[in-house]
Design a protein around this ligand. Structure first.
Ligand SMILES: O=C(O)CCC(=O)C(=O)O
Ligand SMILES: [Fe+2]
Length: 177
């Protein structure tokens, strides 16, 4: 008998308002907990709504990185249920970790240029504009919106020096039909 264990390289938990369509990402379909199960998370949601007037979030994907071996690989949060221009508010607590944004291939600032540079020059390795790194500190709020998920990948790579736990909360809006 073959047993296939699919585990993520960090701990996750999903919280969502009642009645939303199920979240399925990278082959996972997490159980949706209720906000009432976690009053402190509801308080943080209220604080985020106050910080970002005009934005609405109704779900939360929580990540726990227990140390530098825990990570999230390159991905974009472009699931259909978030619509074409998802807004994601990401709050971090605990150990500082690097958060890296990398432009998707075909979207690089050089490839997109419509000037008449020779093809050889144009196909050189991606420019510095195509990757950005942010150190996400305890208590920080990072917002991704617009075409970020369409045009960019992001990751939190392994870091040998990160010894303590980091908790990250990504608030999202699941659209309803
Ligand atoms: O931990 C982070 O800062 C990012 C988490 C993330 O990208 C995600 O939950 O989709
Ligand atoms: Fe993400």
């Amino acid at each position: 008998m073959h047993i296939l264990l699919c585990t993520q390289p960090r701990d996750t938990c999903y919280v969502a308002s009642a009645g939303l369509p199920d979240l399925i990402y990278s082959g996972y379909q997490p159980h949706a907990y209720s906000w009432d199960d976690f009053p402190p998370l509801k308080d943080i949601l209220d604080a985020v709504h106050k910080m970002l007037p005009g934005s609405t979030f109704n779900s939360l994907l929580l990540n726990r990185y227990k140390g530098g071996n825990d990570y999230v690989g390159w991905h974009s949060d472009d699931e259909k249920l978030y619509g074409s221009t998802p807004e994601i508010a990401s709050v971090s607590f605990g150990c500082e970790r690097d958060f890296i944004l990398k432009k998707k291939s075909g979207k690089s600032s050089q490839e997109r240029r419509s000037d008449d540079k020779p093809p050889l020059k144009r196909s050189r390795k991606s420019s510095q504009d195509d990757q950005h790194s942010f150190m996400l500190k305890h208590g920080s709020l990072l917002v991704m919106r617009g075409n970020t998920q369409r045009d960019w990948l992001h990751s939190v790579p392994k870091r040998a020096k990160a010894e303590t736990t980091r908790i990250n909360l990504t608030f999202r809006l699941v659209l309803q039909e």
